[in-house]
Design a binder for this molecule. Structure first.
Ligand code: ADP
Ligand code: MG
Length: 254
């Protein structure tokens, strides 16, 4: 199967800081990939590049067979225009540590806003889609509530419903439970696990929750110093890591 995501020889720098150096990475459609690794190693940067929130200095990133930063003009690649980027962004949804809900909109409105504005869905269809998703994340009764009346776990579940309402091909999670009180982590992880059963959804998840990674991941990548040091099925990486750096890291987070 053709990969849905490819990074080829990608370099990403912030000033003198090289975050990705000749980085290669692929994800197969439908795959659930967990990215783990030390703080500052570049995990969020990988996700932000896929969301086109960061540009790259060298190499090429493809999503669903199309280059992110360039457009094909026959055999030539030219820098992408706004229109191309907007279309490419439509394929990808991202969940942040801090939910980023619109505070002045109800839960329902938060979910229907982008489908109506970006996908041009009629309000009743967007609302139907939103109600279905609220059911799935267990928040039907919060439909008319405002974000500041919700717990962190509830906000994150709304954020998940909002991302799903755009029917992305690729869903990115950046430490979705790290800002939550411990008693709320379980509910959010359960919602993500339930989504993982969707056939045509591909997930890339940055998390340090081992139990969750074991349940949900087809592949765990241990990421450090801007590259993938080792990767494999969770059972392998967690029980028989080959690299000393991986062992050190696992001892720390377990
Ligand atoms: P991780 O998510 O693995 O903790 P990040 O991708 O956030 O790591 O960051 C990787 C490196 O890039 C870090 O050294 C960080 O300080 C640096 N970095 C990230 N974003 C910026 C930015 N906007 N400007 C400058 N440096 C940045
Ligand atoms: Mg990060």
């Amino acid at each position: 199967m053709k990969p849905i995501v490819t990074f080829e020889h990608v370099t990403k720098r912030f000033g003198d800081t090289v975050v990705l150096n000749d980085f290669d990475f692929q994800i197969t459609p439908g795959e659930r990939v967990v990215l783990m690794g030390p703080s500052g190693s570049g995990k969020s940067t990988v996700l932000r590049i896929l969301m086109t929130l960061e540009d790259i200095q060298a190499g090429v990133v493809h999503v669903d067979g199309e280059p992110l930063w360039h457009e094909k003009h026959g055999d030539e690649l030219k820098p992408a225009g706004e229109k191309h980027l907007r279309r490419m962004r439509g394929n990808v949804g991202m969940l942040f540590q801090h939910f980023n809900l619109f505070p002045n909109m109800t839960v329902l409105r938060n979910i229907i806003e982008a489908p109506m504005r970006v996908l041009k869905l009629p309000r009743d269809e967007a609302t139907r889609r939103a109600d279905e998703l609220l059911e799935r994340v267990g928040l039907v009764d919060k439909r008319e509530a405002y974000p500041n009346s919700l717990s962190g776990g509830q906000k994150q579940r709304v954020a998940i419903a909002r991302a799903m309402a755009m029917r992305p091909k690729l869903l990115l999670f950046d430490e979705p439970t790290s800002a939550l009180d411990p008693e709320m982590v379980g509910d959010v992880l359960q919602v993500i696990k339930d989504l993982a059963h969707e056939h045509d959804l591909t997930m890339l998840i940055v998390t340090h929750e081992m139990g969750f990674a074991r349940d949900v991941a087809d592949r765990v990548c241990f990421f450090c110093d801007g590259r993938i040091l080792e990767q494999g099925p969770p059972g392998e990486i967690f029980t028989r890591p080959r690299e000393e750096r991986t062992r050190q890291f696992l001892r720390m987070v377990l």
